[in-house]
Design a protein around this ligand. Structure first.
Ligand code: DGT
Ligand code: CA
Ligand code: CA
Length: 593
């Protein structure tokens, strides 16, 4: 059975959790966590690489020992260390670590003093008032735990889009091998590029539905079939992800694709439009009531025909949320959404100098290969010690290296930047003199996520008033599935960006995808440019841009709304203004091209 990178990452993450409960050496714990993240983000498929007898690429923080464990996991689904740790601890206990506010110390208390080791037991203990009596807990903590557990228990598990892709794409390719198949499309929230996916919906057109069903059930990763009919089936994969497969004849392809792409709210609105015209719209087609109750089919083979039947042009899937797209389509005012190939550069990347995996030259070559004309190097600043952030001396040294390298590069230009930390009081982590000589300053919050809305907003607004400030990175700080966004007044931030000529970043890392869609629309409405940036930590990470563009499209952004669709000269003019320089000054100092 195929083991995907996400499966390997999950085992490594579990090892880190279990070690944490054992209060093992923090460096060892972090090594497993970092490895989990590295593997989870990796664009090449590890199992496939090994199966082809190829060596694994050198990965930072993954030495011989971890490589051996990864090989074990690929071969058996687990590794001896994970098996041993699982035996030492009750099953389910790592779920408790996921409850906000519960660290390993508290989880151990709950386990040893109350015998609590599942979420259900934790909920019971909180409801019974047994937690407040424990040393270091109290009534308030108990109430907070009760609420957090309830949220956790009712939350439907969703997976990140990039993880869904790892499972869905090979399965779709497998189904395409069945006899009689014409199309295989992954529909649902996946096709709408939603940042998380609840389940996978695959639509197949075929003259032989039985063959498709049989091929689906024979897929090695199918763990349990939940439902099965002649043209539809639902199953759980070994990863726990649910897949719905639906087979339709080619004449229904467009109607079914429209229906299963959703969203549900969009479908309902379209169906209502149909009703107004005396049409029935469903997954089989669009029908008109004829004489004597007979129905006449008027559309359904293509999506275009379905939209046309209700008087609309085709609407891109990313917009189908019943969030104004139908109205815009009716007025002929749909946005011409930004495409990946519209991006000319990338404005956020790291190298080996801090927590990246590759050198300046390697990153430049990879950016060029990804079709980009410019790449901003924006390392962390000194406050971010876990990433070995740059101090003024190291920043100046890197700037010299970039100048020297730029003189030798063709077809790609490196820009000198920094991802400077926004400190708690809203000042920046490096002195103005250090920032002044750069091409751009990307400011970011990496600490004190728990400030009140007023404090957090003031902190960021103050930072944006600094004399050198070009782009606000990942403006809400959320990490999908791991950290809620911090509480800020985004409208005030957007308006400050407008007043100061600053751009907002849409961080394309699949775990961030922040700005979210509604904030993209807010930025656009307020006249603020969005930078779709990879936050690349390695040469493969320019792939992230695909997901960033997906999110930008969900936010109705066009090429003109995105800063890094600009040619280099125009970009330089924008950046110069954010750096307190006139565009002419930027050119005179030899940075123009
Ligand atoms: P997810 O899986 O939670 O990320 O979101 P979706 O949008 O993929 O939702 P899912 O898998 O439940 O259903 C796939 C599509 O099928 C959905 O986007 C629209 C369509 N659909 C599902 N249920 C209904 C319904 O009750 N009415 C209508 N009109 N469409 C539905
Ligand atoms: Ca779905
Ligand atoms: Ca579904």
């Amino acid at each position: 059975m195929a083991v995907h990178n996400a499966d390997i990452a999950r085992v490594l993450e579990e090892i880190a959790d279990l070690l944490e409960l054992k209060e093992a050496n923090p460096f060892r714990i972090r090594a497993y966590r970092n490895a989990a993240r590295t593997v989870g983000d990796l664009r090449i498929d590890i199992a496939q690489t090994l199966a082809e007898g190829k060596p694994l690429p050198k990965l930072p923080g993954i030495g011989e020992d971890l490589t051996a464990k990864i090989r074990d996991i690929v071969a058996t689904g687990s590794t001896a260390l994970a098996d041993r740790l699982r035996k030492e601890m009750p099953p389910g206990i790592t779920d408790l670590l996921r409850v906000p506010g519960l660290g390993p110390k508290r989880v151990k208390h709950l386990w040893h003093d109350l015998g609590v080791h599942t979420l259900a037991e934790l909920q019971r203990a909180a409801l019974d008032g047994r937690i407040r009596g424990l040393a270091g807990f109290g009534e308030k903590t108990e109430a907070a735990i009760r609420e957090a557990v309830e949220r956790q228990l009712t939350k439907k598990q969703r997976v990140k889009l990039v993880v869904a892709a790892q499972y869905a794409e090979p399965l779709a390719a497998h189904l395409a091998g069945a006899k009689g198949v014409r199309d295989v499309v992954i529909a649902g929230s996946y096709r709408r590029m939603k940042e998380t996916v609840g389940d996978i919906d695959i639509l197949v057109t075929s003259s032989d539905p039985q063959a498709v069903m049989a091929r689906f059930e024979s897929y090695p990763e199918v763990r349990e079939t939940l439902a099965r009919g002649p043209t539809r089936a639902s199953a759980l994969l070994a990863s726990g992800l649910q897949v719905d497969v639906r087979v339709v004849p080619v004449e229904s392809f467009g109607a079914a694709l429209h229906y299963f792409t959703g969203s549900k709210a969009h479908n309902i609105a379209i169906r209502r439009l149909g009703q107004e015209r005396g049409l029935k719209v469903n997954e089989y087609g669009v029908f008109k009531a004829g004489r004597g109750g007979a129905e006449k089919r008027v559309a359904g083979e293509t999506e275009e025909s379905v939209f046309a039947a209700v008087g609309l042009p085709w609407i891109p899937p990313e917009l189908r949320e019943d969030a104004g797209e139908i109205e815009a389509a009716r007025r002929g005012a749909l946005p011409v959404l930004v495409r990946r190939e519209d991006l000319r550069g990338d404005l956020h990347a790291h190298t080996k100098a801090t927590d990246g995996k590759n050198t300046l030259a390697e990153m430049a070559a990879a950016a060029k290969a990804a079709g980009l004309e410019y790449l901003a190097i924006t390392e962390h600043s000194r406050r971010v010690t876990v990433a070995r952030g740059l101090d003024p001396q190291r920043l100046a040294k890197q700037a010299d290296e970039i100048d020297r390298l730029n003189a030798t590069l063709e077809g790609i230009t490196l820009l000198k930047g920094i991802e400077v930390d926004i400190l708690e009081d809203g000042t920046l982590d490096l002195p103005e003199a250090s920032l002044a000589g750069l091409d751009l300053v990307v400011g970011a919050v990496h600490s004190k996520f728990g400030l009140t809305r007023a404090q957090q907003t003031e902190r960021i607004l103050k930072a944006m008033d600094a004399p050198h400030f070009s782009i606000l990175a990942h403006p809400s700080g959320r990490l999908i599935g791991a950290r809620e966004p911090y509480d800020v007044d985004m409208l005030r931030i957007v308006r400050k960006a407008r007043a100061r000529g600053i751009a907002l970043e849409l961080n394309a890392h699949p775990e961030r995808l922040d700005l979210i869609d509604t904030y993209c629309r807010m930025a656009k409405e307020e006249g603020v440019l969005v930078a779709v940036s990879s936050d690349a930590h390695g040469v493969a990470d320019f792939e992230n841009l695909r997901f960033g563009v997906g999110q930008a499209r969900r936010g109705w952004l066009e090429a003109k709304d995105v800063l890094n669709t600009r040619p280099l000269a125009e970009l330089r003019r924008f950046l110069a203004a954010t750096m307190g320089r006139s565009a002419a000054g930027a050119r005179r100092s030899g940075r123009g091209r």
